[in-house]
Design a protein around this ligand. Structure first.
Ligand code: SAM
Length: 213
């Protein structure tokens, strides 16, 4: 069974598309997408020998040869021409940025990215490249994770507030997003009780404006 985080990513994959999962590790997501009839073909990319062996083992164990295809590759360097959707999940911002910088983003229909840190820097990067943030979800899986769907379609740069909290999240105000904001607010208040910092107080005020207006 997939974790809530990977399940949320799977739910954001359109049916019958060809997916390339960058940094697939155990190939959990590619196997799930094929076994549940969401995709007929998924590439499971890996850069490291150990995880790449696990990818091949998972394909064999689940008898998914020909449907889940292992690719030993740094990011999308060896991606085939038929890929529609790219998933880059469970990595830090700098690794994700490296992968995006090495590829032609406009070649793909959309990307699903989930950074384990620096989500604000990731949005700023997307904004600076005039990419379009098409969808965003927050999911709780021990931590609050954010998953961003973006494409190379041109978009005006996002505002500072949109970069900090997410343009789609701000508009939709999903339950998970509001719970994440409450959690963030409470953590900032707790930190601020020990080390009084103007910027924390301002951020708490900004979060409360989003939550209660
Ligand atoms: N994507 C899975 C998930 O979200 O659960 C696995 C995440 S795992 C923590 C990160 C994986 O990305 C590792 O197996 C690592 O070898 C791989 N990786 C890191 N940088 C990569 C790159 N530039 N290209 C391909 N794979 C990469």
């Amino acid at each position: 069974m997939l974790s809530p985080r990977l399940l949320q990513i799977a739910m954001m994959v359109e049916r019958n598309k060809v997916v390339f999962d960058v940094g697939s590790d155990h190939a959990l997501l590619p196997c799930f997408l094929v076994e549940n009839g969401i995709c007929q073909k998924v590439y499971a990319g890996e850069i490291a020998e150990g995880p790449f062996s696990k990818v091949k083992e998972a394909i064999q164990k689940n008898e998914l040869e020909g449907s889940v295809i292992p690719v030993f590759s740094d990011g999308l360097a060896k991606a085939a021409d038929d890929v529609d959707i790219v998933v880059i999940a469970g990595m830090g911002y700098h690794t994700i940025r490296h992968i995006l910088e090495q590829c032609d983003v406009s070649r793909y229909q959309y990307f699903l990215v989930q950074a384990n840190n620096n989500i604000e820097l990731l949005r700023r990067y997307l904004s600076e490249h005039y990419y379009t943030i098409e969808d965003e979800k927050v999911v709780y899986d021990g931590f609050y994770y954010q998953i961003i769907r973006f494409s190379a379609d041109l978009h005006d740069p996002y505002t500072e507030k949109e970069i900090r909290y997410g343009p789609v999240l701000l508009k939709r105000r999903d339950e998970a997003f509001l719970a994440y904001l409450e959690d963030l607010r409470n953590k900032l208040i707790a930190i601020n009780q020990q080390a009084h910092k103007e910027e924390y107080a301002l951020t708490v005020k900004e979060i409360e404006e989003i939550l209660y207006n």
